[in-house]
Design a protein. Structure first.
Length: 346
């Protein structure tokens, strides 16, 4: 009898079954968490992100000032990348994030130097006032999409940098120096980090609301929304303003960190790096842009010791990432994290 049972067990055919998002499959898209293990499964990625961003500035004695500087710049580039991805949700592909970055930097520097406004207020005023200026300039071009909008945004920062250089306004090629620093180390480190976390989670929440669905709907089929009586241009104006505010904030913080702002703030780097971060990380609910920034910026700094060869190595690595993981680093990791495989009897 035991031998017969053993033979029956051996003859049972099985196949490997893969379940995507096991909790959603089991709970019918309602997050009914049944155990501490499932709660940990859901909150662990978000908790690790928050803990990393909060703990890293405290490791100054171990890592040194250099890597704290890299962390600061990475947070600002991540905010700039998130602002780029937000624009992409309404079908606007920007190649001119350097425009909003430089605008925020110049306005904050001018407020601080000429009007003696304290640093925190100059950053906030630059974010709001700069976003309004950028929105008024970019909004008329929002009626066109694709390569045409991208070319317009690519030309705008070049135009402003050449105007400043030719007319010698705002310090010309010498720039504006003597800008007040933030001062306190922990305020300096945590200010952009907190804004990054707040922008990340708030925008993710926004995209899950009805208004967020309208934003995504503009990219999918804006004519359907217009035929339903929805004013898509009000939504585009809001998205451009919000995206510009984040970009201007990033530039304003950078100018106070270096205590200088010049036409280099309109450099093409500030347009290409956010784009590379979003594509490398994957355009997936702003998580890819954030992860991409924390890959691209430290990687670029680690290769600095190779001199001019670092551009070659950096480019090859980026091409390999894009070819091997075309969906993006975050999308790949997220898919593997949420997939559960098990053997099931046929």
């Amino acid at each position: 009898m035991n031998t017969l049972n053993t033979l029956n067990t051996v003859n049972i055919a099985k196949r490997k079954e893969r379940i995507d998002r096991a909790i959603k499959a089991r709970c019918n898209d309602i997050y009914t968490l049944l155990s501490l293990k499932e709660i940990s499964y859901v909150i662990a990625p978000k908790l690790c992100l928050i803990l990393f961003i909060f703990i890293f500035p405290l490791l100054k004695a171990i890592l040194g000032y250099y890597w704290e500087r890299v962390f600061y710049i990475t947070c600002l580039i991540a905010i700039l990348a998130i602002s780029w991805e937000l624009l992409s949700y309404v079908g606007l592909v920007s190649l001119g994030q350097a425009f909003v970055f430089g605008t925020g930097a110049y306005i904050s520097g001018i407020f601080n130097i000429n009007f003696h406004i304290p640093v925190p207020f100059s950053i906030l005023l630059a974010s709001g006032f700069g976003a309004l200026i950028c929105t008024l300039i970019l909004f008329p071009a929002s009626k066109i999409k694709g390569i045409y909008f991208a070319m317009i945004t690519l030309c705008i920062p070049m135009f402003f940098s050449k105007v400043i250089e030719a007319t010698e306004i705002f310090g010309g090629t010498s720039g504006i120096s003597g800008i007040s620093p933030i001062g306190n180390y922990y305020v300096e480190m945590y200010f952009p980090a907190l804004v990054l976390i707040g922008a990340f989670f708030c925008l993710r929440r926004l995209m899950s609301t009805d208004f967020g669905l309208l934003i995504i709907g503009i990219k999918d089929n804006e004519f359907s929304l217009m035929s339903s009586g929805i004013n898509i241009y009000k939504i585009k104006f809001f998205v451009i303003f919000l995206s510009s505010a984040l970009g201007c904030f990033s530039g304003a913080c950078m100018c106070h960190y270096y205590q200088f702002v010049g036409i280099s703030a309109f450099s093409l780097d500030y347009s290409i790096i956010p784009l590379a971060c979003s594509i490398l990380g994957g355009i997936d609910g702003f998580s890819g842009s954030l992860i991409g920034a924390f890959v691209v910026c430290p990687l670029s700094e680690m290769l600095r010791g190779f001199g001019t060869l670092r551009i070659v190595i950096y480019s090859v690595l980026l091409i390999m990432f894009i070819l091997l993981v075309p969906e993006g680093i975050f999308s790949y990791i997220s898919r593997k994290y949420h997939q559960i495989e098990r053997w099931k009897e046929i």
